[in-house]
Design a protein around this ligand. Structure first.
Ligand SMILES: Cc1cc2nc3c(=O)[nH]c(=O)nc-3n(C[C@H](O)[C@H](O)[C@H](O)COP(=O)(O)OP(=O)(O)OC[C@H]3O[C@@H](n4cnc5c(N)ncnc54)[C@H](O)[C@@H]3O)c2cc1C
Length: 411
């Protein structure tokens, strides 16, 4: 039977969307090449990063690029072979430096993130995971006062968008999280941040829920959208009655291009190590401000992760990065044992302006997009599902979707 809607991709975004569309009475087929796979939505840091309202900074990337090209374990790595294909991405990032752009992007991120908690709670409750969502905030920690002071401007930018940023002395930070050692000289508490015990459990339960709802999951690799069908790599065609939604994370670019839409999307690889036995008593997520990585206490262990590696979608992970992050964490948590852990790499779907792609194709009225959520795909899964399901079912979304339109890449 031909479903009304086909959703391509079964990560947090595609699953939340399929669920929402079913709740609104649509018949849904999902195409997923690896229905039990451990995708980015499973392995991430588990943070509901509602404070992440500022775009990634081009000035920082440009200033440090020469050094990072030579340092395989620095916070950002651009593979030399990947550099040519990154030119459009960097050009897109450069556009974000135009006057007014940073403020516009921040407002657009804030429009989504400010409602993420309200949108996510019903979803998490329906999965029976309310007790695994911890509303204890996140603690940013600094190892130099210089960096703490330099971040004042961005703290104020966040405050202007309704984010609470409470400045703390080193002693106050350590009183909140006694596992932190003397390296920490200052902290910032962001009470609105939340974290999940295990994002993989969210995905597992969502997978079970959509199947229970009657979503037909087709195992296969979508290669293109043609007419009223999605073409699969093995030659099969999956027809759709009304619309198709591309929610294939970092792999969505090829599918958008198959209908003639231009998009700039790259994989920003991230790494982590999860250490089951490392109970150091952390109660909230710790963000290591200068070094751009985090530690999250989860039911599956202490997860230490971060890094941004631009080396494309293929090619082996470089797990020295997970080891390097774990080693860095030991500097902050004296006595932490980091050797017995599981290393992981995932592909963040990254756009140059840090905004997701949400809305209709610029070419066809029956193709929609929901990808490009970068560092906040878990955080925004329920919000994306609500807004896209509104759009697809003819209800005006509460948020103006113009800033997230795919047509921005053609300007
Ligand atoms: C190290 C790391 C830490 C992170 N921490 C956080 C965090 O704390 N909080 C947060 O909110 N976000 C975090 N993120 C980001 C978050 O994980 C992603 O933004 C989010 O998972 C993207 O979800 P998605 O559904 O778009 O993509 P994915 O989870 O990648 O799912 C895409 C799915 O589409 C399938 N697919 C792809 N192409 C095809 C095709 N052609 N045909 C069929 N199927 C296809 C894939 O198999 C995959 O299952 C982190 C990411 C990383 C890497």
């Amino acid at each position: 039977m031909t479903a009304e809607t086909v959703v391509i991709g079964g990560g947090a975004i595609g699953l939340a969307l399929a669920r929402d569309l079913r709740l609104r009475g649509k018949s849904v087929t999902m195409i997923e090449r690896d229905p039990e796979g451990f995708n980015a939505s499973c392995g991430n840091a588990g943070g509901f990063g509602v404070t992440e309202v500022l775009p990634l900074e081009m000035t920082n990337l440009l200033r440090n690029l020469p050094r990072w090209l030579l340092d395989p374990l620095g916070p950002v790595r651009v593979g030399v072979g990947h550099l040519p294909s990154m030119v459009p991405f960097m050009a897109g990032m450069a556009k974000t430096m135009r006057p007014g752009e940073r403020a516009r992007i921040s407002r657009a991120l804030s429009a989504l993130l400010s409602r993420a908690r309200a949108d996510s709670l019903p979803l998490i409750e329906s999965l029976g995971l309310r007790s695994q969502l911890h509303e204890r905030g996140a603690l940013w920690v600094y190892e130099t006062l210089q960096a703490f002071r330099a971040d004042e401007t961005s703290r104020n930018e966040r405050r202007a968008l309704g984010i609470e940023m409470q400045e703390l002395s080193a002693e106050e930070a350590r009183a909140l999280e006694p596992a932190l050692g003397p390296r920490v000289v200052a902290g910032v508490m962001t009470p609105q941040w939340m974290h999940m015990d295990d994002p993989a459990e969210v995905v597992r339960r969502l997978r079970a829920q959509v199947v229970e709802q009657g979503v037909d999951v087709v195992t296969g690799e979508a290669t293109a959208i043609s007419g009223k069908a999605v073409l699969l790599a093995d030659g099969r065609k999956v027809p759709f009655g009304s619309e198709v939604i591309v929610a294939a994370g970092a792999w969505s670019g090829q599918l958008a291009r198959s209908v003639g839409d231009r998009v700039v999307l790259d994989s920003e690889r991230g790494y982590n190590r999860t250490i089951p036995g490392a109970d150091i008593g952390l109660t909230r997520e710790i963000i290591f401000a200068e070094r751009h990585f985090v530690a999250t206490p989860m039911s599956v262990g202490l997860r230490i992760g971060g890094a941004a590696e631009f080396r494309g979608l293929t090619g082996k992970p470089d797990y020295r990065r997970s080891a390097a992050l774990a080693e860095l964490a030991r500097r902050y948590f004296p006595g932490l044992e980091t050797t017995d852990g599981t290393d992981w790499m995932g592909h963040r779907p990254a756009t140059p302006d840090s905004l997701p792609v949400m809305g209709a194709s610029a070419r066809r009225g029956d193709v929609y997009y929901a990808f490009g959520h970068g560092h906040v795909g878990l955080t925004l899964a329920a919000t994306t599902a609500t807004l896209l399901a509104d759009l697809v079912t003819g209800r005006a979304p509460d948020v103006d979707l113009t800033p997230y339109a795919i047509s921005r890449f053609s300007r």
